[in-house]
Design a protein around this ligand. Structure first.
Ligand code: BGP
Length: 461
């Protein structure tokens, strides 16, 4: 074994409720924005396949947990669907949901799989979106109540909690770049949504600590290291601002309890400071995370702006930088994302050097591939050597960061089994296990699933 990882390293994968459970309108579940968006625009991104289809984890969780075991999981990240537990976002708790999540958590533990539980994975209950979603302060209160309900119901067994998955994505998708409901372009609203998500996270952490349960709580952020085109000062400055907008905006308040100064200055200058109530900043300051989940897919390549921005165009972060395509970059042709394995090392090194070496783990990393059926061999197994290579190359960099002292505790792949995506339904497959939608969701372990098991068993490769 050339790359050995420390004892107790977390091997597993991540998934979310809306992308896997199905049963979208069953047993008292309320609607969230995805159920709603699919209903009103089924062909927008979804190819006519909605969150009600998915892999039906709601019904098949027992078999699926066996497959987790078979593919080497010692831990697994799931999310609780807010709109399943509290159908209207606030108010009545749905006992059927309590039963379901209890069953899943107990089943995982019975099979030696540590449950990592995330609270918010893009799934705003529709009733709360109707009052503005994260723009409305009432949603923060409702979220804290929801979080507290989860801690009280499941915290005797769940030892790893996360307040949000990629909270910047609903900001970008919903209020800047049009890939999440309510798909508006409004920088002011985007900032308010970001601020309230961060505040909600800090308040949930505060609520968790008050309960004195024996576990840890963190947040999961998608970090996209910003690389400047050159070392000239204009390019460096462009990369620095892109980093402040897209990484430090959430990383700094989550880990250090404060916002990046450059960003605050821009918001001030441009008249976009959010509404803040007295006491909010102190809550953020005092309730930083115990641990950080890092989702890493791709870097951001940045250069100084070439043309002056149109002053009449809606304000966007891109007023301060341009993106560029690095010549010779490696691409995932299916998802259109650059593959740059060293990025994972740069993130871990940055956390070690500039964020107090906060305890962290890779909470998502993975490769979405279209048309994997053509790689199925005569024994029915998908021969996804490209995925094995993808994971391996990233793990080598994680290993190097570890050797240099990074406080990284595990690696979770996106994802366990092929699932429904927010932006392409079932087109891109990410799983260690394949799902055949034409055969009632039949599951088969891919070659990568077998390989992953051996990595987890040997704690290395
Ligand atoms: C992350 C999300 C996941 C998942 C993944 C793959 O941003 O946390 O929920 O969707 O990306 O992305 P996609 O499904 O868009 O290819």
């Amino acid at each position: 074994i050339k790359y050995r990882f420390p004892d107790g390293f977390w091997w597993g994968s991540a998934a979310s409720g809306p992308q896997t459970e199905g049963a979208a309108a069953v047993d008292g579940k309320g609607k969230n924005i995805w159920d709603h968006w699919y209903e009103i625009e089924p062909n927008r991104f979804f190819d006519g396949v909605g969150p009600d289809k998915t892999s039906q984890f709601y019904y098949k969780y027992k078999d699926d947990i066996l497959l987790m075991k078979e593919s080497g999981h010692n831990s697994f990240r799931m999310s609780i669907q807010w709109s399943r537990l509290i159908p209207e976002g606030r108010g009545k708790v749905n006992q059927k949901a309590v039963e379901f999540y209890n069953n899943v958590i107990n089943e995982m533990i019975a099979h030696g799989i540590e449950p990592f539980v995330n609270l918010f994975h893009f799934d705003m209950p529709l009733k709360l979106q109707e009052i503005g979603g994260w723009i409305n302060r009432e949603t923060v209160d409702a979220y804290v109540k929801y979080a507290q309900t989860c801690f009280e119901l499941f915290g005797d067994r769940v030892k790893f909690w996360f307040t949000h998955n990629e909270p910047i994505v609903p900001v970008e998708g919903g209020y800047l770049y049009d890939f999440h409901y309510p798909n508006e372009v409004d920088f002011g609203k985007a900032v308010q949504v970001a601020f309230h998500s961060i505040l909600a996270s800090a308040k949930a952490i505060q609520a968790y600590r008050k309960l004195k349960q024996d576990g840890k709580i963190g947040i999961i952020l998608n970090l996209t290291p910003s690389y400047p085109r050159s070392q000239n000062s204009a390019d460096l400055q462009a990369a620095k601002l892109a980093d402040a907008f897209f990484n430090r905006s959430f990383l700094d308040p989550s880990v250090k309890g404060e916002f990046p100064r450059e960003l605050i200055q821009i918001l001030k200058d441009e008249g976009f400071l959010p509404k803040i109530m007295s006491g909010d900043l102190a809550i953020i300051k005092e309730n930083t995370v115990d641990l950080l989940g890092v989702n890493y897919y791709q870097p951001r390549r940045v250069k100084a702006k070439e043309n002056l921005p149109n002053p009449n165009a809606p304000f966007m972060p891109e007023r301060f930088f341009d993106h560029y395509e690095m010549p010779g970059r490696k691409m995932n042709p299916h998802r259109g994302w650059e593959i740059y394995e060293k990025g994972i090392y740069d993130i871990l090194t940055n956390l070690r050097e500039n964020y107090g070496n906060i305890e962290c783990f890779i909470s998502e990393n993975g490769m979405g591939v279209e048309g994997e059926e053509k790689f199925r061999d005569q024994n029915g197994m998908i021969q996804d050597d490209y995925r094995i290579e993808f994971i391996q190359e990233h793990l080598k960099w994680v290993h190097k960061a570890l050797e240099e002292g990074a406080n990284v505790k595990g690696y979770h792949l996106w994802t366990f089994m092929d699932n429904w995506s927010w932006s392409n339904a079932y087109k891109n497959r990410y799983g260690l296990v394949s799902v055949n939608l034409n055969k009632d969701g039949e599951r088969t372990i891919k070659k990568s699933g077998q390989w992953f098991k051996s990595v987890s068993e040997h704690n290395g490769f």
